[in-house]
Design a protein around this ligand. Structure first.
Ligand SMILES: Nc1ncnc2c1ncn2[C@@H]1O[C@H](COP(=O)(O)OP(=O)(O)OP(=O)(O)O)[C@@H](O)[C@H]1O
Length: 681
């Protein structure tokens, strides 16, 4: 409903000035970005019929929603906007805001049960007490609609044929032999019959192994009908795609030969799969020109943002089966949303008896048919089958609900044993238990985790001096591998040089400042220069390791690819930057052709997503009066730690560690609610 039109002529110049004053202040204070300012102004101009106070409320709220979207939130809760002070203008409480928005032209208020219906032209949408920019509401609704549509589709498996193939893939039936559920086998059984499934789990829990067996099963079943499935593998970054290519090859080679038939090996980026268009947010494929595939496996799904995931699902053909792989505890995507965490939200709730914790009777029956001895095991052990499983601890008969039958979480790490410090620490970080995390780090019996404590302020040990001393220790620890690396380059042994770069990696929470990437890069360069091992006066000096920060599809080089500078063995005066492709091909490029890049003695934790190293040196910035810990989070720490395969070194103040554990990277979104509160039909 629109307000009775006020006398527009009577609107005073002072009122316009008041809006301008507030948005200018917000811009100057660095609260609003130019785009938030412009959006607030646009809404203000549209709402000429509103009384001035309401007009200001709606326009400032619009600017603030735009700002939140820039902070990667999909929407903002009305209650978070309530009483917000924007440069002296205080928004009303949630009820007052709702009433104001009801009168606005620029806001569409929707009932809570609307899923993927309707297109709205108003710039803002209010639904379930959340305010969205229209475009993000559309992405969220489209994606939820597609996922729910797929989630209820299951196909009937031929039980005998499936059992035979499962026996080949899982020769020892651990379910019965060890009286412990083999969740990898359960994951294969669940994902094989569902059009949509998610296999989530931490590092080394066997996601790739499981999905390779799943694909072998699907191809095996298709072969019985003289069909070959078109299976595509995709990942959000070139680096992650290369890693999946490598690990799926490894997992495939471990399968019995007949089961390896028609298994894909090559993984591509989502952008390449969808067909990126130059200078456009759109792709060659969409709902009108869908992808040609039967099965899509998407790895590192936690890195995929809402708009891209929505576009990917939009481009899926009707018959497609989709399997998402990822670790929902990792950092969310760099851009808007936290899609995987929202899909896996049931695992993050305190589930005691929650409906979402179990599978439906239909799924339970199917699993019992496919896995010998499963029913007996469940009867014997009651509902608490696997005490260590975090959430999917019981298979109880319930009504179908949301994504109940589509999620599997693998928790047993095959990379870290129970007595490994990295494994224990990863579990403790996820709970945010500061005392436990500190105890584990101080525990001498774990030789794979080490903590270099930056002391709190003290009279004798001033923070800066202590920090500098420990920085020197870090550089000293890194030196042996870098010396080996530079020796390998001198000998022209590229394979060994790249191997050295995978041996160790410094990961920083921040790019700039103390303990940031730039500082460590510069210290390392200085040290190597002083020791006469490099000549840092040249930009592209022999031995400089670099990491690309942009994709170059023509050159087939991707953001995150690692290269090193070395003279061409056939022409010593020609300096090139060398890369090794996932296929093992060595490529040398003139520095002038190199896409945007950075020096790589250290990288940010964000950039390390999708990579792993033998040893990880994780650096947290100093928390003090100038820096209060913004950007530190539990997910950041977990992501950094889980990049380490063998050794983990933490360089942090206790205060910075505690702050990281206490802060969680929460993104406002309505996706989880749409997915999990809907009753399956
Ligand atoms: N059931 C199992 N029994 C023994 N070893 C296993 C099992 N599952 C996986 N592994 C081994 O554990 C290692 C990690 O497995 P895989 O690569 O499948 O895990 P992942 O979850 O994909 O790991 P990440 O994504 O962290 O690289 C591999 O060496 C694999 O061979």
């Amino acid at each position: 409903m629109v307000n009775a039109a006020p006398n527009l002529d009577a609107r005073t110049h002072t009122e316009e000035c008041s809006f301008k004053r507030i948005v200018n202040d917000l811009l100057e204070l660095g609260v609003f970005r130019a785009i938030d300012y412009a959006f607030a102004e646009f809404v203000y101009q549209q709402e000429v019929n509103l009384a001035e106070d309401l007009r200001l409320q709606v326009a400032l709220l619009a600017g603030y929603v735009s700002l939140q979207t820039g902070e990667q939130h999909t929407c903002i809760e009305l209650k978070e906007l309530a009483k917000l002070n924007l440069a002296g203008f205080v928004l009303p409480d949630a009820e007052g805001l709702f009433q104001s928005l009801q009168q606005a032209n620029t806001v569409e208020i929707l009932a809570s049960d609307i899923q993927a219906t309707g297109k709205y032209s108003s710039p803002l949408i209010l639904q379930n007490n959340k305010v969205y920019l229209q475009r993000y509401w559309q992405y969220e609704v489209n994606l939820a609609g597609k996922i729910l549509e797929m989630a209820v589709k299951s196909h009937d498996l031929n039980i005998i044929e499936t059992q035979t193939l499962l026996t080949g893939l899982f020769p020892k039936d651990k379910c019965v032999q060890t009286e412990e559920l083999d969740w990898q086998k359960i994951a294969v059984c669940i994902a094989s019959s569902q059009k949509f499934s998610v296999i989530s789990g931490g590092p080394g829990t066997g996601k790739t192994t499981t999905v390779t067996k799943l694909l072998a099963l699907l191809q095996g079943l298709a072969a019985k009908q003289n069909k070959v499935l078109n299976i595509q593998l995709a990942a959000p970054t070139g680096k992650a795609a290369a890693r999946l290519t490598e690990s799926i090859r490894g997992a495939k080679s471990k399968l019995p030969e007949p089961l390896q038939n028609h298994l894909p090996e090559q993984c591509q980026t989502i952008h390449r799969l969808l067909g990126a268009l130059p200078m456009s947010p759109y792709f060659k494929t969409d709902q009108f020109q869908p992808l040609h595939l039967d099965v899509l496996v998407l790895d590192e799904a936690s890195m995929v943002d809402l708009p891209l995931m929505a576009k990917l699902f939009d481009a899926l053909p009707k018959q497609a089966q989709v399997i998402l792989l990822g670790d929902q505890d990792q950092l969310a995507s760099v851009e808007t949303g936290s899609v995987l965490a929202d899909i896996c939200q049931p695992y993050n709730l305190n589930l005691g008896g929650d409906k979402l914790a179990g599978y439906s009777p239909k799924m339970y029956d199917r699993l019992s048919q496919l896995i010998d001895g499963l029913s007996d095991l469940i009867l014997e052990q009651g509902v608490q089958i696997h005490a260590n499983e975090r959430a999917v601890t019981h298979l109880i008969k319930q009504e179908p609900f949301g994504l109940q039958d589509n999620l599997v979480q693998l928790v047993k790490s095959h990379r870290f044993s129970d007595d490994s410090g990295i494994g224990q620490l990863a579990k403790a970080i996820k709970t945010g238990d500061v005392v436990l995390v500190q105890d584990l780090l101080k525990e001498k019996s774990f030789t794979d985790i080490n903590w270099y404590q930056l002391k709190q302020n003290s009279v004798k040990n001033n923070q800066k001096v202590v920090s500098e001393q420990i920085l020197k220790q870090l550089i000293t620890k890194l030196l042996p591998v870098f010396k080996l690396y530079l020796k390998a380059i001198k000998q022209g042994d590229l394979a060994l040089a790249f191997n050295c770069l995978h041996q160790q990696q410094v990961l920083c929470a921040q790019k700039t400042g103390l303990w940031g990437v730039e500082q460590i890069n510069s210290l390392m360069e200085n040290e190597l220069h002083q020791q006469g091992l490099i000549d840092k006066s040249k930009d592209f000096y022999t031995g400089r390791p670099v990491m690309l920060s942009k994709n170059d599809h023509q050159l087939k080089l991707f953001n995150g690819d690692i290269g090193l500078v070395m003279p061409d063995p056939n022409q010593a005066d020609l300096i090139k930057v060398w890369f090794i492709t996932p296929e093992g091909e060595i490529r040398g490029l003139l520095p002038s052709r190199l896409p945007s890049h950075e020096t790589l003695y250290a990288m940010t934790i964000h950039k390390s997503q999708g990579s792993e190293f033998e040893s990880v040196y994780l650096c947290l910035p100093l928390v003090n009066n100038n820096y209060g810990g913004r950007g530190l989070s539990r997910e950041l720490l977990y992501t950094g730690l889980t990049r380490a395969k063998k050794q983990f070194y933490l360089f942090a103040q206790p205060q910075a560690l505690a702050l990281s554990l206490s802060q969680q990277c929460k993104r406002s979104s309505g996706l989880a609610q749409r997915l999990h509160n809907s009753k399956a039909t």
